[in-house]
Design a protein around this ligand. Structure first.
Ligand SMILES: CC(C)(COP(=O)(O)OP(=O)(O)OC[C@H]1O[C@@H](n2cnc3c(N)ncnc32)[C@H](O)[C@@H]1OP(=O)(O)O)[C@@H](O)C(=O)NCCC(=O)NCCS
Length: 166
């Protein structure tokens, strides 16, 4: 039987295992310092997916102004298509989501797996950054997702019958 998957906050102690997954997942992996920087941001959400005591995936999301930026998502290359990334993103939304919350990310145009994953969660392509990736000058697709409902404080003021704001 497959051991259960636990999603919890990522910690500094997880980083050696995270780096091992990262190096297998990306041609230009993040350095340890980049993970440390993201973990140090109080407004960020960094999650670990743990199975049988081992890190099998992680997600790093930062908040800039009023927008969530999904900075990094990766799953152990031996454990893909088992719903690990799905569980991480679902937990992100469980923590961060609210009416009108906005999320954005960049993804390589060639990364069909990730684009399909994000589309399943309601992200939509909204432009490109030309030559964004330094290693091969590949373009990035910019994707956005806005949660349903209106963000607090952005609702129109109530109107009287004459249509004038009170
Ligand atoms: C992209 C990635 C995070 C997906 O992780 P995962 O745990 O395998 O994803 P899930 O099992 O939750 O997949 C959810 C859905 O995403 C889509 N998907 C995931 N991998 C896919 C693939 N290789 N091909 C097509 N669709 C894929 C499917 O719709 C899938 O649902 P299904 O399995 O029911 O068809 C993983 O492939 C990975 O780590 N890639 C390398 C790192 C990376 O590119 N990260 C994203 C950077 S922007």
């Amino acid at each position: 039987m497959t051991p259960p998957l636990e999603i919890r906050r990522l910690t500094y102690a997880d980083l050696p295992q995270v780096i091992a997954v990262e190096r297998r997942a990306f041609g230009t992996p993040w350095s340890l310092a980049m993970f440390v920087l993201e973990l140090s941001k109080p407004s960020g959400i960094c999650l670990a997916a743990v199975r049988d005591g081992h890190i099998v995936g992680y997600l790093v999301c930062s908040r800039y102004d009023v927008v969530w930026h999904v900075m990094n998502v990766a799953v152990d290359d031996r454990l893909r298509r088992e719903g690990v990334a799905t569980a991480l993103i679902e937990r992100l939304f469980a923590i961060a989501d609210g009416p009108g919350e906005r999320y954005t990310l960049e993804v390589r145009t060639s990364n069909e797996a990730a684009i399909k994953l994000y589309e399943r969660f309601g992200f939509r392509a909204a432009g490109r950054r030309r030559g964004y990736y330094h290693d091969n000058r590949e373009d990035a697709v910019i994707m956005w997702r806005t949660s349903e409902g209106e963000a607090p404080g952005t609702a129109s003021p109530p109107q009287n019958r004459a249509g004038t704001a009170r």
